[in-house]
Structure formats: C-alpha cells, structure tokens
Write a protein of this length. Structure first.
Length: 368
C-alpha cells in the first residue's frame, strides 16, 4: 500500500484582478452626505401566541415581570398569581429609521428572542416603543412575526432545526411617531464623506463639481471629506445635490493585496507593481510504502501469528528553474506570470509575502 503526501495546498485558486483601467462611477455611489443617514432604534417587548415554545419562568424572571406590568396597565392584577409563560417570549426589537422619514411612515423591524424561547413561530409582538440613542421614542412596533426557520423534536430526544427560529421579521411593523428634524433646503454648506478615503479621489470630486457648476463650490478638506458650498444661481441645496450626484468620478485605488488564507482567495488592486525578480518554486513529495509481513512463531513455542508492518519512506523534491518576472508590468501580466509558475494558492501567498519582505513588491498586504 502506498500513501503519497504532497506538501502543497490542494484547494483551488481564486484570483480576482482589477481591470487594466478603473471605470468611472457615479458620485452618489462613493460618498455619503452629511445629515442624510439612518438612525438605529431599539426596544424591549413581548411576543405572545407562540405554541408552547416560549420562555420558562425558572430561567426568565423578566418575562413574568413584563407580563405582570402589562396586565396591570390593562387593569388586571396578576401579582402573586401562578403564570404560565410557555406561550410568551421576551424579545429585543431593532429597526433602522431612514433619513427624512415622516410621521405615519412604516418601517420594517427585526425581532429576536432574549431568553430561552425555542421558537417565535406564530407569535404576535405587542406594542413596543422603539428608542433612539438619545432615549427618545421615535416609533412603535407591533404585528405578526414572520420566522424563516423552524424547530421540531420528539419524546425520544431527537430534534431537527432549520435556520434560526428565534429570530423573525415584521414587514412594515413599526409606525414612526417622531421625525428627526433636518431641513436640507436651508443649508448653505454640507460635507461629502468619502466611503473610501483618498486624497486623489477627494481632489477629483472637488474638481468635477467645480467644473460642472462653473465656480469654486467644493474644496477637498481631507482624504475623507469634501466641503460643498451652495453657489449662486441654485435655489436650494437639494437641487444642487440632485445634479452633481450623477457626475462620473474615477476613484483612485491604493496598491493593496488582500489575502484570505482560510479560503485561498487573493485579491489584487490594479496599482500593484513589483520590481524585476527571479522566482523558483518546487514541490516536496513524501512517499510512504507499507509492506505487511507475517511473523510465524516456532513450532510448539506457544506464540501467535501476527502481521508486522514494514514501512519504507522516501522523499523527492521537484527541481524548478528560476522564472523571471519583469518589473513595472501591468497587473494582468503579473498575474499571468505567477500563474505560469504553476503554483498553488498557498504557495502564491508565500511568494507574495516573500516579495514584500524583499522590498520588490510595491503594495500593502492585508491578511484576513
């Protein structure tokens, strides 16, 4: 019997390379506008109507307290009474309040079990106030919880669970009760925040805006911010933004290589360059050969016949010639040169790290 152990990675190579030239993109896709943002809301509530999969009183005293408080608000005294919370679950309710949302607008909410409830399937969320970071109530959530999973079990202890039955969603389940005041039309100056900060990209954005409006309306304050001033001739800031957000901008990209050693994914930016280098790569193969032998005891010796393994181990290393990769070549040629070596993803990761250590790789390496 032969066992071959090859000391190279066996998973497939996934190399994602950028195009030779970056394509322009809309301004609205690479920036965020000051004041135009979502706000997170949070609330604590009770889900009722689950079919025996709710919280247990032994582990979840807060569920009992919540029920007692709710019943008292409805004029029913349940203090010192025996309660069964098998059909009730304490939950945390979360939602995102969109920018410029008005009173009466509905938003989606997510409901998650807080204690030891097994499933929220079939449950109904009781009216739950949703607060912002400032402690103010901005919305009230209520409705039937839609669960994308389920859990089932038998008396023998066997069970099956699909997806996550303790988390659900209520579409349009919250009603906005309070608006966040931000009057964009009265603003004379705003800040544009770059999602990927870069000096060159910020300067290009400011230049494109100034060329479009015919005045110095935008200034690149730093790599992440462009200050925008409303120029004469525009009635409000909303009209200006609606016109400039469609401008085509070519964002700059730093020379960077991202490596995920777990999956073998290597992502290179278009600006990655190397100096002229010579690379040699070879594989080490260890061959283990096992030949079973029978050990027979002497006659009348009282021993037993046994099988004795005999192993023969040999190691061979592939001879590889030095391959020269020219410096300053475009990314596509760099990738083709590395692929021509016939290396695995794991070996390619090692080569890239060795190039960086030698100073021949002009790029940042980030290992995930």
């Amino acid at each position: 019997m032969r066992v071959l152990v090859r000391l190279v990675s066996v998973f497939a190579l996934v190399m994602i390379a950028a195009a030779p030239a970056l394509s322009a993109t809309r301004l609205k896709d690479i920036i965020d506008i000051e004041g135009v943002r979502e706000n997170q809301l949070l609330g604590y509530g009770i889900v009722v109507g689950v079919k025996g999969t709710g919280d247990s009183l032994r582990n979840c005293a807060m569920t009992r307290q919540s029920l007692e408080s709710m019943m008292e608000r409805l004029g029913i005294n349940t203090r010192n009474s025996t309660l069964n919370t098998a059909n009730t679950a304490a939950v945390v309710v979360t939602a995102n309040l969109p920018a410029f949302s008005t009173n009466g607008t509905r938003i989606d909410v997510t409901v998650s079990a807080l204690c030891d409830s097994e499933s929220l399937e079939g449950g109904q969320l009781i009216a739950t106030p949703l607060q912002g970071a400032d402690g103010q109530v901005y919305a009230v959530a209520q409705g039937s919880v839609a669960v994308g999973g389920f859990a089932a079990g038998g008396d023998s202890g066997s069970s099956i669970t699909r997806n996550i039955p303790t988390t659900g969603r209520i579409t349009s389940g919250a009603l906005i009760e309070k608006e966040i005041q931000f009057d964009l039309s009265t603003q004379n100056q705003l800040r544009l925040a770059l999602r990927n900060p870069d000096f060159t990209t910020a300067t290009r954005i400011a230049g494109a805006i100034n060329s479009f409006v015919g005045a110095t309306a935008a200034i690149a304050a730093d790599p992440a911010t462009v200050r925008l001033q409303k120029p004469p001739g525009y009635r409000d800031m909303a009209a200006l933004i609606s016109e400039i957000e469609l401008l085509q901008i070519e964002p700059d990209q730093a020379a960077k290589i991202v490596i995920d050693e777990n999956s073998g994914v290597i992502v290179m930016g278009d600006n990655v360059r190397i100096s002229t280098v010579a690379i040699a790569q070879g594989n080490l193969t260890i061959q283990v050969t096992e030949t079973p032998a029978v050990s027979q005891p002497a006659p009348l010796g009282g021993g037993q016949t046994v099988v004795v393994p005999q192993s023969d181990i040999s190691a061979t290393e592939d001879m590889a010639d030095l391959a020269v990769i020219e410096g300053g070549v475009p990314l596509r040629e760099l990738v083709n040169g590395l692929n021509a070596l016939g290396v695995s993803p794991r070996d390619m990761i090692v080569i890239l790290q060795a190039l960086k250590a030698s100073g021949a790789l002009q790029a940042e390496i980030e290992v995930m």
